[in-house]
Write a protein that binds this ligand. Sequence first.
Ligand code: FEO
Length: 394
Amino acid sequence: MNEIKLAEGVYWVGAIDWNIRFCGSYSTPRGTTYNAYLIIDEKVALVDVVKHGFSDEMLTRIKDIIDPKKIDYVISNHAEMDHSGSLPDVMKEATKARVIATEKGKEGLLKHHKISCDFITVKTGDELNLGKKNLLFISAPMLHWPDSMFTYIKEDRILLPNDAFGQHIATPQRFEDEVGDMVMNAAARYYATIVMPYAPLVLKKIQEIKDMGIMIEMIAPAHGTIWRKSPERIIQAYADWAEGKAKDKVLIIYDTMWESTDKMAKEILNGISSEGVEVRLFHLRKSDWSDIIEEVLDAKAILVGSPTLNNGMFPTVAGFLSFLKGLRPKGKIGAAFGSYGWGGGAVRAINEELKKAGFDVIEPGLEIKYVPNDNEIRECFELGKKVARKVKGH
Ligand code: FEO
Protein backbone atom coordinates (compact mmCIF):
# COMPACT_ATOMS: atom_id res chain seq x y z
CA MET A 1 0.00 0.00 0.00
CA ASN A 2 1.14 3.56 -0.59
CA GLU A 3 2.18 5.44 2.51
CA ILE A 4 -0.01 8.42 3.24
CA LYS A 5 2.06 11.08 4.91
CA LEU A 6 0.70 14.18 6.67
CA ALA A 7 4.15 15.45 7.66
CA GLU A 8 7.60 13.98 8.14
CA GLY A 9 7.03 10.96 10.41
CA VAL A 10 3.24 11.32 10.56
CA TYR A 11 1.16 8.79 8.62
CA TRP A 12 -2.51 7.96 8.08
CA VAL A 13 -2.97 4.26 8.84
CA GLY A 14 -6.76 4.02 9.08
CA ALA A 15 -9.40 1.97 7.27
CA ILE A 16 -12.10 2.72 4.71
CA ASP A 17 -15.65 1.45 5.31
CA TRP A 18 -17.30 1.71 1.90
CA ASN A 19 -20.47 -0.12 2.82
CA ILE A 20 -21.69 1.29 6.13
CA ARG A 21 -25.08 2.93 5.59
CA PHE A 22 -26.18 3.52 9.16
CA CYS A 23 -24.14 4.54 12.18
CA GLY A 24 -25.88 4.98 15.52
CA SER A 25 -28.99 7.10 14.95
CA TYR A 26 -28.15 8.51 11.52
CA SER A 27 -27.55 7.33 7.97
CA THR A 28 -24.17 7.39 6.23
CA PRO A 29 -24.96 7.22 2.50
CA ARG A 30 -21.37 7.97 1.50
CA GLY A 31 -19.80 5.36 3.84
CA THR A 32 -17.01 6.50 6.14
CA THR A 33 -13.40 6.03 7.19
CA TYR A 34 -11.93 5.25 10.59
CA ASN A 35 -8.77 7.29 10.75
CA ALA A 36 -5.74 6.32 12.79
CA TYR A 37 -2.41 8.13 12.73
CA LEU A 38 1.08 6.75 13.29
CA ILE A 39 3.77 9.09 14.57
CA ILE A 40 7.34 7.86 14.18
CA ASP A 41 10.03 9.53 16.28
CA GLU A 42 12.48 8.20 18.87
CA LYS A 43 9.29 6.91 20.44
CA VAL A 44 6.38 5.68 18.32
CA ALA A 45 2.76 6.62 18.95
CA LEU A 46 -0.44 5.39 17.33
CA VAL A 47 -3.27 7.89 17.68
CA ASP A 48 -6.63 6.11 17.71
CA VAL A 49 -7.41 2.73 16.23
CA VAL A 50 -10.28 1.56 14.04
CA LYS A 51 -13.60 -0.26 14.27
CA HIS A 52 -13.64 -3.97 14.99
CA GLY A 53 -13.49 -5.86 11.69
CA PHE A 54 -10.99 -3.41 10.20
CA SER A 55 -7.98 -4.39 12.35
CA ASP A 56 -6.20 -6.21 9.52
CA GLU A 57 -6.51 -3.25 7.17
CA MET A 58 -5.02 -0.91 9.76
CA LEU A 59 -2.30 -3.31 10.92
CA THR A 60 -1.25 -3.95 7.31
CA ARG A 61 -0.83 -0.21 6.80
CA ILE A 62 1.18 0.04 10.05
CA LYS A 63 3.37 -2.94 9.11
CA ASP A 64 4.20 -1.29 5.78
CA ILE A 65 5.85 1.45 7.86
CA ILE A 66 7.02 -0.14 11.11
CA ASP A 67 6.84 -3.31 13.19
CA PRO A 68 3.85 -2.81 15.58
CA LYS A 69 6.04 -4.16 18.39
CA LYS A 70 7.90 -0.83 18.21
CA ILE A 71 4.79 1.16 19.14
CA ASP A 72 5.36 2.76 22.55
CA TYR A 73 2.02 4.49 23.00
CA VAL A 74 -1.50 3.93 21.76
CA ILE A 75 -3.34 7.19 22.27
CA SER A 76 -7.10 6.82 22.52
CA ASN A 77 -8.82 10.14 21.93
CA HIS A 78 -12.25 8.52 22.29
CA ALA A 79 -13.49 5.13 23.48
CA GLU A 80 -16.52 4.76 21.18
CA MET A 81 -16.27 1.45 19.34
CA ASP A 82 -15.64 2.89 15.89
CA HIS A 83 -12.37 4.23 17.32
CA SER A 84 -11.49 1.55 19.83
CA GLY A 85 -13.04 -1.69 18.51
CA SER A 86 -9.71 -2.98 17.22
CA LEU A 87 -7.79 -2.10 20.39
CA PRO A 88 -7.58 -5.73 21.64
CA ASP A 89 -6.16 -6.81 18.25
CA VAL A 90 -3.67 -3.93 18.26
CA MET A 91 -2.52 -4.64 21.82
CA LYS A 92 -1.79 -8.25 20.88
CA GLU A 93 0.79 -6.95 18.38
CA ALA A 94 1.90 -3.75 20.10
CA THR A 95 3.04 -5.73 23.10
CA LYS A 96 5.02 -3.02 24.87
CA ALA A 97 2.60 -0.16 24.22
CA ARG A 98 1.02 1.82 27.00
CA VAL A 99 -2.43 3.30 26.40
CA ILE A 100 -2.94 7.04 26.85
CA ALA A 101 -6.44 8.37 27.46
CA THR A 102 -8.38 10.72 29.70
CA GLU A 103 -9.57 9.28 33.01
CA LYS A 104 -13.01 8.76 31.50
CA GLY A 105 -11.44 7.32 28.38
CA LYS A 106 -9.62 4.73 30.46
CA GLU A 107 -12.88 3.88 32.22
CA GLY A 108 -14.66 3.53 28.86
CA LEU A 109 -11.94 1.38 27.30
CA LEU A 110 -11.88 -0.99 30.25
CA LYS A 111 -15.68 -1.32 30.17
CA HIS A 112 -15.72 -2.01 26.44
CA HIS A 113 -12.73 -4.33 26.12
CA LYS A 114 -11.06 -7.18 27.90
CA ILE A 115 -7.54 -5.76 27.80
CA SER A 116 -4.78 -5.74 30.28
CA CYS A 117 -2.24 -3.01 29.70
CA ASP A 118 -0.63 -0.05 31.39
CA PHE A 119 -2.52 3.21 31.15
CA ILE A 120 -1.35 6.79 31.34
CA THR A 121 -4.21 9.20 31.99
CA VAL A 122 -3.95 12.76 30.73
CA LYS A 123 -5.82 16.06 30.88
CA THR A 124 -5.63 19.44 29.16
CA GLY A 125 -2.09 20.81 29.12
CA ASP A 126 -0.32 17.48 29.64
CA GLU A 127 2.42 16.79 27.12
CA LEU A 128 4.29 13.74 25.85
CA ASN A 129 7.78 13.94 24.39
CA LEU A 130 8.45 11.50 21.54
CA GLY A 131 11.94 12.76 20.72
CA LYS A 132 11.85 15.67 18.30
CA LYS A 133 8.07 15.85 18.42
CA ASN A 134 5.92 16.78 21.39
CA LEU A 135 2.26 15.94 21.80
CA LEU A 136 -0.14 18.18 23.71
CA PHE A 137 -3.41 16.78 25.04
CA ILE A 138 -6.61 18.81 25.26
CA SER A 139 -9.65 17.35 27.04
CA ALA A 140 -12.82 17.88 25.02
CA PRO A 141 -15.59 16.44 27.20
CA MET A 142 -18.94 16.08 25.42
CA LEU A 143 -17.43 16.67 22.00
CA HIS A 144 -19.06 14.34 21.82
CA TRP A 145 -18.61 11.88 24.71
CA PRO A 146 -17.41 12.61 28.26
CA ASP A 147 -14.10 10.91 27.48
CA SER A 148 -13.27 12.79 24.27
CA MET A 149 -9.93 14.53 23.87
CA PHE A 150 -7.83 16.13 21.15
CA THR A 151 -4.15 15.39 20.53
CA TYR A 152 -1.98 18.13 19.03
CA ILE A 153 1.41 17.56 17.38
CA LYS A 154 3.17 20.77 18.35
CA GLU A 155 6.06 20.81 15.89
CA ASP A 156 3.84 19.96 12.89
CA ARG A 157 0.88 22.06 14.09
CA ILE A 158 -1.47 19.18 13.38
CA LEU A 159 -4.63 18.81 15.47
CA LEU A 160 -6.05 15.29 15.85
CA PRO A 161 -9.51 16.00 17.27
CA ASN A 162 -11.09 12.58 16.78
CA ASP A 163 -14.81 12.97 15.93
CA ALA A 164 -14.79 16.78 15.80
CA PHE A 165 -14.49 18.25 12.28
CA GLY A 166 -15.08 14.82 10.69
CA GLN A 167 -17.17 13.80 7.72
CA HIS A 168 -18.65 10.45 6.82
CA ILE A 169 -17.08 9.95 3.41
CA ALA A 170 -15.51 6.77 2.05
CA THR A 171 -13.05 7.79 -0.63
CA PRO A 172 -9.60 6.80 -1.88
CA GLN A 173 -8.58 10.43 -1.33
CA ARG A 174 -7.35 11.40 2.12
CA PHE A 175 -7.30 15.20 1.93
CA GLU A 176 -10.19 17.64 1.70
CA ASP A 177 -8.81 19.53 -1.29
CA GLU A 178 -8.91 16.32 -3.32
CA VAL A 179 -12.67 15.71 -3.01
CA GLY A 180 -14.20 19.05 -4.00
CA ASP A 181 -17.21 20.84 -2.51
CA MET A 182 -18.94 17.70 -1.31
CA VAL A 183 -16.64 17.80 1.72
CA MET A 184 -18.54 20.75 3.20
CA ASN A 185 -21.92 19.06 2.60
CA ALA A 186 -20.64 15.94 4.33
CA ALA A 187 -19.18 18.00 7.18
CA ALA A 188 -22.51 19.82 7.60
CA ARG A 189 -24.44 16.56 7.74
CA TYR A 190 -21.96 15.19 10.24
CA TYR A 191 -22.23 18.30 12.42
CA ALA A 192 -26.04 18.32 12.24
CA THR A 193 -26.48 14.68 13.17
CA ILE A 194 -23.73 14.30 15.77
CA VAL A 195 -22.27 17.56 17.06
CA MET A 196 -25.27 19.95 17.03
CA PRO A 197 -26.43 19.22 20.62
CA TYR A 198 -23.05 20.37 21.87
CA ALA A 199 -22.94 23.67 19.96
CA PRO A 200 -22.12 25.88 22.99
CA LEU A 201 -19.24 23.58 23.87
CA VAL A 202 -17.94 23.81 20.30
CA LEU A 203 -17.74 27.59 20.53
CA LYS A 204 -16.07 27.38 23.94
CA LYS A 205 -13.53 24.81 22.75
CA ILE A 206 -12.65 26.85 19.65
CA GLN A 207 -12.05 29.88 21.88
CA GLU A 208 -10.04 27.79 24.36
CA ILE A 209 -7.76 26.54 21.57
CA LYS A 210 -7.24 30.11 20.33
CA ASP A 211 -6.50 31.27 23.89
CA MET A 212 -3.88 28.53 24.27
CA GLY A 213 -2.07 30.11 21.31
CA ILE A 214 -2.30 26.91 19.33
CA MET A 215 -1.53 27.36 15.65
CA ILE A 216 -3.37 24.88 13.45
CA GLU A 217 -1.98 24.09 10.02
CA MET A 218 -3.81 20.80 9.58
CA ILE A 219 -6.82 19.12 11.18
CA ALA A 220 -6.81 15.35 10.96
CA PRO A 221 -10.15 14.04 12.26
CA ALA A 222 -11.12 10.44 12.94
CA HIS A 223 -13.58 10.25 10.03
CA GLY A 224 -13.33 11.36 6.42
CA THR A 225 -10.76 13.61 4.85
CA ILE A 226 -7.95 15.61 6.44
CA TRP A 227 -8.20 19.41 6.37
CA ARG A 228 -4.75 20.34 5.04
CA LYS A 229 -5.57 23.21 2.69
CA SER A 230 -8.21 25.06 4.67
CA PRO A 231 -8.44 24.07 8.34
CA GLU A 232 -9.71 27.57 9.07
CA ARG A 233 -12.67 26.91 6.74
CA ILE A 234 -14.05 24.07 8.85
CA ILE A 235 -13.32 25.93 12.12
CA GLN A 236 -15.30 28.93 10.82
CA ALA A 237 -18.11 26.64 9.62
CA TYR A 238 -18.33 25.06 13.09
CA ALA A 239 -18.44 28.52 14.67
CA ASP A 240 -21.24 29.58 12.27
CA TRP A 241 -23.25 26.40 12.79
CA ALA A 242 -22.83 26.58 16.56
CA GLU A 243 -24.13 30.16 16.52
CA GLY A 244 -27.19 28.96 14.59
CA LYS A 245 -26.44 30.94 11.41
CA ALA A 246 -29.00 29.97 8.79
CA LYS A 247 -30.46 31.20 5.50
CA ASP A 248 -33.92 32.19 4.34
CA LYS A 249 -35.07 28.61 3.95
CA VAL A 250 -38.11 26.80 5.30
CA LEU A 251 -38.71 23.08 5.65
CA ILE A 252 -42.12 21.43 5.68
CA ILE A 253 -41.89 18.14 7.53
CA TYR A 254 -45.04 16.03 7.80
CA ASP A 255 -46.89 12.77 7.62
CA THR A 256 -50.41 12.18 6.36
CA MET A 257 -53.14 9.56 6.80
CA TRP A 258 -55.83 10.34 4.17
CA GLU A 259 -53.95 13.08 2.27
CA SER A 260 -55.55 16.09 4.01
CA THR A 261 -52.31 17.01 5.81
CA ASP A 262 -50.51 16.40 2.51
CA LYS A 263 -52.84 18.90 0.74
CA MET A 264 -52.17 21.42 3.51
CA ALA A 265 -48.40 20.91 3.26
CA LYS A 266 -48.38 21.58 -0.47
CA GLU A 267 -50.48 24.72 -0.19
CA ILE A 268 -48.30 26.02 2.66
CA LEU A 269 -45.36 25.41 0.33
CA ASN A 270 -47.04 27.56 -2.33
CA GLY A 271 -47.49 30.35 0.22
CA ILE A 272 -43.82 30.24 1.24
CA SER A 273 -42.69 30.12 -2.36
CA SER A 274 -44.87 33.12 -3.26
CA GLU A 275 -42.68 35.17 -0.89
CA GLY A 276 -39.54 34.13 -2.76
CA VAL A 277 -38.24 32.04 0.13
CA GLU A 278 -36.52 28.70 -0.48
CA VAL A 279 -38.66 25.79 0.69
CA ARG A 280 -38.22 22.00 0.90
CA LEU A 281 -40.91 19.41 1.61
CA PHE A 282 -40.28 16.11 3.44
CA HIS A 283 -42.78 13.29 3.94
CA LEU A 284 -41.54 11.48 7.02
CA ARG A 285 -42.17 7.98 5.69
CA LYS A 286 -40.58 8.73 2.34
CA SER A 287 -37.51 10.60 3.52
CA ASP A 288 -34.26 9.74 5.23
CA TRP A 289 -34.49 11.55 8.58
CA SER A 290 -30.76 12.32 8.52
CA ASP A 291 -31.33 14.14 5.20
CA ILE A 292 -33.96 16.25 6.94
CA ILE A 293 -31.70 17.00 9.92
CA GLU A 294 -28.94 18.05 7.52
CA GLU A 295 -31.39 20.53 5.93
CA VAL A 296 -32.54 21.79 9.34
CA LEU A 297 -29.01 23.03 10.01
CA ASP A 298 -29.22 25.98 7.61
CA ALA A 299 -33.00 26.52 7.59
CA LYS A 300 -34.44 29.41 9.59
CA ALA A 301 -37.83 27.75 10.05
CA ILE A 302 -39.64 24.44 9.98
CA LEU A 303 -43.34 23.68 9.69
CA VAL A 304 -44.35 20.35 11.15
CA GLY A 305 -47.59 18.71 10.03
CA SER A 306 -49.50 15.74 11.37
CA PRO A 307 -52.96 14.23 11.30
CA THR A 308 -54.43 13.69 14.75
CA LEU A 309 -54.27 10.09 15.88
CA ASN A 310 -55.73 9.13 19.26
CA ASN A 311 -55.72 12.82 20.36
CA GLY A 312 -52.06 13.25 19.55
CA MET A 313 -49.43 13.21 16.83
CA PHE A 314 -48.91 10.56 14.20
CA PRO A 315 -46.17 8.20 15.50
CA THR A 316 -43.63 9.18 12.83
CA VAL A 317 -44.07 12.87 13.68
CA ALA A 318 -43.66 12.16 17.40
CA GLY A 319 -40.56 10.09 16.67
CA PHE A 320 -39.00 12.73 14.45
CA LEU A 321 -39.66 15.51 16.97
CA SER A 322 -38.06 13.40 19.69
CA PHE A 323 -34.97 12.97 17.45
CA LEU A 324 -34.93 16.70 16.64
CA LYS A 325 -35.38 17.78 20.26
CA GLY A 326 -32.32 15.77 21.29
CA LEU A 327 -30.23 17.58 18.67
CA ARG A 328 -31.22 21.00 20.08
CA PRO A 329 -31.09 23.18 16.95
CA LYS A 330 -30.57 26.81 17.84
CA GLY A 331 -32.47 30.01 17.00
CA LYS A 332 -35.13 28.58 14.68
CA ILE A 333 -38.78 29.38 14.02
CA GLY A 334 -41.40 26.63 14.19
CA ALA A 335 -45.07 26.23 13.28
CA ALA A 336 -47.55 23.36 13.30
CA PHE A 337 -50.38 22.28 11.03
CA GLY A 338 -52.54 19.25 10.55
CA SER A 339 -55.97 17.71 10.06
CA TYR A 340 -58.32 15.76 12.29
CA GLY A 341 -61.57 13.82 12.20
CA TRP A 342 -63.66 14.31 15.30
CA GLY A 343 -61.24 15.90 17.79
CA GLY A 344 -57.91 17.63 17.23
CA GLY A 345 -54.76 17.45 19.31
CA ALA A 346 -51.82 16.98 16.96
CA VAL A 347 -51.13 20.68 16.43
CA ARG A 348 -51.20 21.42 20.15
CA ALA A 349 -48.85 18.50 20.79
CA ILE A 350 -46.45 19.63 18.02
CA ASN A 351 -46.40 23.17 19.42
CA GLU A 352 -45.46 21.82 22.84
CA GLU A 353 -42.66 19.67 21.43
CA LEU A 354 -41.29 22.51 19.30
CA LYS A 355 -41.23 24.78 22.34
CA LYS A 356 -39.41 22.14 24.37
CA ALA A 357 -36.89 21.92 21.52
CA GLY A 358 -36.25 25.66 21.84
CA PHE A 359 -38.10 26.84 18.71
CA ASP A 360 -39.71 30.26 18.47
CA VAL A 361 -43.20 28.90 17.80
CA ILE A 362 -45.79 30.76 15.73
CA GLU A 363 -48.99 29.84 17.56
CA PRO A 364 -51.62 28.56 17.33
CA GLY A 365 -50.73 26.94 13.99
CA LEU A 366 -53.44 25.58 11.72
CA GLU A 367 -55.68 22.58 12.35
CA ILE A 368 -58.57 21.73 10.04
CA LYS A 369 -61.39 19.16 10.18
CA TYR A 370 -61.47 16.31 7.65
CA VAL A 371 -60.54 17.64 4.19
CA PRO A 372 -59.51 21.30 3.68
CA ASN A 373 -62.17 23.35 1.82
CA ASP A 374 -61.38 26.36 -0.36
CA ASN A 375 -61.26 28.75 2.60
CA GLU A 376 -58.99 26.43 4.53
CA ILE A 377 -56.70 25.99 1.52
CA ARG A 378 -56.36 29.78 1.48
CA GLU A 379 -55.53 29.68 5.21
CA CYS A 380 -52.75 27.20 4.45
CA PHE A 381 -51.39 29.54 1.77
CA GLU A 382 -51.54 32.44 4.25
CA LEU A 383 -49.74 30.42 6.94
CA GLY A 384 -46.94 29.76 4.44
CA LYS A 385 -46.70 33.48 3.66
CA LYS A 386 -46.68 34.36 7.35
CA VAL A 387 -43.81 32.00 8.12
CA ALA A 388 -41.86 33.18 5.06
CA ARG A 389 -42.27 36.83 6.05
CA LYS A 390 -41.10 36.08 9.58
CA VAL A 391 -38.07 34.28 8.11
CA LYS A 392 -37.23 37.27 5.94
CA GLY A 393 -37.46 39.61 8.91
CA HIS A 394 -35.65 37.30 11.31
FE1 FEO B 1 -16.77 8.29 15.54
FE2 FEO B 1 -17.99 9.03 18.67
O1 FEO B 1 -17.41 7.96 17.28
